[in-house]
Design a protein around this ligand. Structure first.
Ligand code: HEM
Ligand SMILES: N#Cc1ccc(COc2ccc(/C=C/c3ccc(C(F)(F)[C@](O)(Cn4cnnn4)c4ccc(F)cc4F)nc3)cc2)cc1
Length: 475
């Protein structure tokens, strides 16, 4: 007798299965099936059975799963390996990834983050001064297009360093684009297929690995002097547990991984922040007032120490991530038969588990009026879901993290594979937001309170383009 399997979502065709319904709108698909089957059900994605486990129990079951039961690299490496390169992230044993995460996390020191606020502010102000979309006193701009350019300039100047930032003024942008073509969901399955976009990806990766290795060589030889603390300098000083230095190609691969992670997640999030603010122009003025109250009417140049004085700016980012998490589906491969927490369902080895923390973040039982974008819902008096000291904590070798066991709000994941870019992301997003709020009033054309739809077709969910809004320079 077949062990007790979770219910299978109805579908007409065996291979296509539920791919299109899921792919068009994963959250609509998850909520509809949660209503029909409960928090645990199986659907077919491109011929592969995916067992979804929703709500806090499901999040905890998958994200805090034991390494003997669930595996990330087997699912992700076909996609990320050809993009990031050999021996890094998912192209190595998990124990090596844990060390690589430690290196990166320990490179994001308070001193580094402090210098990043200055560098990101300078880049943003230069960008606004020079960009064709911001000529004159008022105008219209395409938020996703403009902000994805700004994101890559600010992230490369800060985290990647001056040489990488300068390369973005010419050939590097084309290389990034070719590499990015390989960063698409179709490559979960057909990553090896010699499609034109995969050949361009491979060329771009090899060229970028060489460029990063050149930067490292010139720095090791002393030809390039240390100006500001970027991640490449830090990785050059790191050693694995076995005492070996990080090889140049692995430094390159880690930096490419950070570039891809940071770009897609931050560009999507800052675009959603401005698109949501354009639909609520009164909030833009509230943010401006917060800056004046906290920093003084003359608005001195922002410093890292100012960020904690701007809670509403942080809540705008936090609430945006609740409704617009760039990663809508997290996947793991089941390594041995597993009973699903809270049920008597058994999933067999080889099955793919899918977690979507964004679902619990949009459930009315945790967040009243869940589909309303309201940063004030996080005001100090009614914050129930902070990761508090009573949360279970654990250290996988790259720092203590809360297991987020009962939290319905996990935009950065949880457990062994939890994000290590959260602090950098918040510094980058808040610093860009501060600069935009100072410079412009922002609102939707014609004052509409609408918001564009979501593009779920690529690896990271992001706003559909064009997403235009009006800007008006503050006098
Ligand atoms: C708004 C910004 C971001 C969001 C929402 C986000 C979200 C996530 C999520 C959900 C995971 C867990 C993935 C999984 O469990 O399979 C994750 C992991 C990770 N993220 Fe981020 N991320 C963001 C920014 C960044 C940035 C800026 C970096 C690098 C500087 C970064 C680097 C990483 C790394 C290295 C992991 C670990 C993957 C693993 O251990 O398997 N992320 N992120
Ligand atoms: N018809 C149709 C049809 C069908 C289906 C679909 C869509 O279906 C799906 C299904 C699953 C997914 C999964 C997203 C996913 C997972 C892992 C990663 C990652 F690994 F890459 C990342 O976590 C990314 N990251 C982390 N922090 N910031 N970024 C990362 C980790 C470490 C690292 F160093 C660098 C990294 F950048 N990225 C993304 C996306 C889409 C569309 C159309």
């Amino acid at each position: 007798k077949k062990p007790n399997e979770p219910p299978l979502v109805f579908h007409w065709f065996p291979l296509v299965g539920n791919t299109v319904t899921y792919g068009m709108d994963p959250f609509k698909f998850f909520f509809e099936n949660q209503a029909k089957y409960g928090n645990v059900f199986t659907f077919v994605l491109l011929g592969r059975k995916m067992t979804v486990c929703l709500d806090t129990t499901g999040n905890n079951f998958i994200l805090n799963g034991k390494i003997k039961d669930v595996n990330a690299e087997e699912i992700y490496n076909p996609l990320t390996g050809p993009v990031f390169g050999k021996d890094v992230v998912y192209d190595c044993p998990n124990s090596k990834l844990m060390e690589q995460k430690k290196f990166v996390k320990f490179g994001l020191t308070q001193e580094a983050l402090r210098s990043y606020v200055d560098l990101i502010t300078a880049e943003t102000e230069d960008f606004i001064k020079g960009h064709k979309a911001f000529k004159g006193e008022k105008g219209i701009f395409d938020i996703p297009e403009v902000l994805s350019q700004l994101t890559i300039y600010t992230a490369s100047r800060a985290l990647q360093g001056q040489e990488v930032r300068n390369m973005f003024n010419d050939k590097f942008a084309a290389l990034f684009h070719d590499l990015d073509m390989g960063f698409s969901p179709i490559n979960f399955q057909l990553n090896w297929f010699p499609l034109p976009h995969n050949r361009a990806r491979d060329n771009a990766r090899e060229t970028m690995i060489k460029l990063y290795s050149d930067i490292v060589r010139k720095r090791r030889s002393g030809e390039t002097k240390k100006e500001s603390p970027d991640m490449i300098w830090h990785l050059m000083d790191c050693k694995y547990k076995d005492g070996t230095q990080i090889p140049d190609h692995e430094i390159a691969g880690i930096m490419i991984a950070l570039l891809m992670a940071g770009q897609h997640s931050s560009a999507s999030t800052i675009s959603w922040v401005l698109l949501r603010l354009a639909s609520r122009p009164e909030l833009v003025e509230e943010l401006y007032a917060e800056q004046q109250q906290a920093l003084g009417d003359h608005l001195p140049t922002l410093s890292h120490d100012d960020l904690p004085k701007l809670p509403l700016h942080a809540q705008v980012v936090k609430e945006t991530l609740r409704l617009h998490a760039p990663i809508h589906s997290i996947m793991r491969k089941v390594k041995q038969p597993l009973v699903v927490d809270g049920t008597n369902y058994v999933v067999p080895a080889g099955r793919t588990l899918m977690s979507s923390p964004g679902v619990s973040a949009q459930m009315g039982s945790y967040f009243p009026n869940p589909s309303v974008w309201d940063p004030h819902r996080w005001d100090a008096e009614n914050t129930k879901f902070e990761e508090t000291e009573d949360d279970e904590k654990i250290d996988y070798g790259w720092g203590v993290v809360s297991k987020g066991t009962n939290s319905p709000y996990l935009p950065f994941g949880a457990g062994r594979h939890r994000c290590i870019g959260e602090q950098f992301a918040y510094v980058q997003l808040q610093t860009i937001l501060v600069a935009f709020v100072r410079e412009f009033k922002i609102r939707n054309v014609g004052g509409s309170r609408d918001i564009v739809g979501t593009d779920y077709a690529s690896l990271f969910s992001k706003p559909l383009t064009p997403g235009t809004a009006e800007w008006e320079r503050r006098s």
